[in-house]
Design a protein around this ligand. Structure first.
Ligand code: SF4
Ligand code: SF4
Length: 438
């Protein structure tokens, strides 16, 4: 007889069978950032899996309380436990299912609900984000920001808003520039036809990364199709347990790229890539999209996978720079991509890539984690910044915009500010023989 569900409803609770895969060995503990911070078993992967089991089976302590939900909210979803686990426990599936249950059954405090509503009404929608960029541009460029920071007024804000202020990228005119062309033809003999995901936050605040991606792919022989009508891919809501929203965004993304008839969908943000490669799972119950979603996921590649998979064609010019390479968690753990970005960077003459100690541990960015959980995120950011500074680099490189923002803010706070670049910006600068922006 199945046990009654006491905490979770019957819509895809965390799987009993996946929970049973955990043999409690504890090998995952040293790579878990929250366990590293607090040494608390219930804030480790093993402890969280135990809490999921408790939620399934019922019994003492199995209620959707602040404390119960808090242990899951504190999880960064960094998936370091996924790569560390020798038993192959699929923590990604477990936490995704659990977050959706928490989202449905946990009543958050009013301020938390309001804050999350603002984030999810704004971030996944590029048009709204672009509109919000104008007051932000005025704040940053009029001297108001400098005044607020120097006078200490900023410290009067609640921690979440303070964190948001510190992490917001500098808005440039790029945010308001015309849309990218729908097709950027391949240079030389054509190697393939790829579709470029623009991302929601990325297309407003990191337009230069998308421009660089399109230029490099074209220079390396790919027709680059940029389908219009792209919104969020669903990564932001899926990581917050907002399952329906995530599914709607996934369906829309599939529609948009199916119309573009591309061989491959190229992604330059680690969090988006890891979500899109799992659309098959996200839409598994949808009779119209399940098969299409699985096929779509099979076409998704991180930009480093595409570039490392072909012989470099465009000549590279020297870029004499010592850079610390930061592995984004959703690339190294969720997608298990570590080698390819290094292979791509190795094609740039003069570029010295140094490894960062404790590379498996998250920088604290983790989607919206650094906004909703600012204290632990800041601690992790400072820990990462110290490790980066110890390698004495001239710049920091990563493949995820969120990590770049988090690291930039942490390096500034540490008093060792450094320029931060997406991997593709370095390759683009080398191919075009242009200086890197500061
Ligand atoms: S996803 Fe990251 S923070 Fe969450 S339990 Fe695993 S290692 Fe810890
Ligand atoms: S999740 Fe894996 S590594 Fe961690 S305790 Fe369970 S079996 Fe061991």
């Amino acid at each position: 007889m199945p046990q009654p569900l006491t905490v979770f409803d019957s819509h895809h609770p965390p799987s009993d069978a996946l929970i049973a895969d955990c043999v409690h060995c504890g090998f995952c503990l040293p790579t878990c950032p929250t366990y590293a911070l607090w040494g608390e078993e219930m804030d480790s992967p093993r402890g969280r899996i135990y809490l999921m089991k408790l939620g399934l089976e019922g019994g003492a302590g199995a209620t959707m309380s602040d404390e119960y939900a808090g242990h899951f909210d504190k999880c960064l979803g960094c998936m370091a436990c996924l790569t560390a686990c020798p038993s192959g426990v699929q923590y990604d599936k477990l936490i995704e299912a659990t977050r959706a249950q928490v989202e449905r059954h946990y009543r958050r405090p009013l301020s938390d609900r309001l804050f999350r509503t603002v984030l999810f009404t704004l971030f996944p929608y590029p048009r709204r984000l672009r509109a919000a960029s104008l007051p932000l541009w005025i704040y940053q460029h009029s001297g108001l920001q400098r005044l607020a920071r120097r006078s200490g007024l900023i410290n009067l804000l609640p921690p979440r808003l303070r964190s948001m202020e510190a992490l917001t990228p500098r808005v440039t005119m790029d945010a308001f520039r015309a849309k990218m062309p729908q097709l950027i033809p391949a240079q030389g003999e054509r190697r393939g036809r790829v579709g470029l995901l623009l991302g929601c936050v990325q297309q407003v605040f990191f337009r230069h990364v998308n421009d660089a991606s399109a230029r490099v792919l074209s220079a390396e022989g790919f027709d680059v199709v940029i389908p219009p009508g792209q919104d969020c891919c669903g990564a932001l809501p899926v990581h917050a347990g907002r399952e329906r929203e995530a599914q709607d965004f996934a369906r829309r993304t599939i529609d948009v790229f199916e119309r573009a008839e591309v061989d491959t969908v190229v992604i330059n943000a680690a969090g988006c890539g890891s979500t899109m490669k799992e659309y098959g799972h996200l839409l598994r119950d949808d009779p119209v999209y399940a098969t299409r979603a699985a096929a779509f996921s099979g076409k998704c590649r991180d930009i480093s996978e595409i570039l490392a998979g072909v012989t470099p064609r465009a000549p590279r010019h020297p870029l004499p720079l010592r850079v610390a390479y930061h592995d984004a968690c959703h690339l190294q753990h969720a997608q298990r991509i570590k080698l390819q970005p290094r292979q791509v960077l190795a094609t740039v003459p003069g570029l010295e890539v140094v490894e960062v100690p404790e590379a498996a541990i998250c920088c604290g960015s983790a989607g919206i984690y650094n906004l909703v959980e600012p204290e632990p995120a800041q601690e992790l950011g400072e820990r990462k910044a110290r490790h980066i500074a110890s390698t004495n680099p001239q710049a920091v490189v990563s493949s995820n915009p969120g990590c770049l923002l988090q690291i930039r803010a942490a390096m500034e706070k540490l008093g060792t500010p450094l320029p931060t670049y997406h991997m593709i910006e370095l390759l683009d600068a080398s191919i075009r023989n242009t200086p890197l922006p500061r």
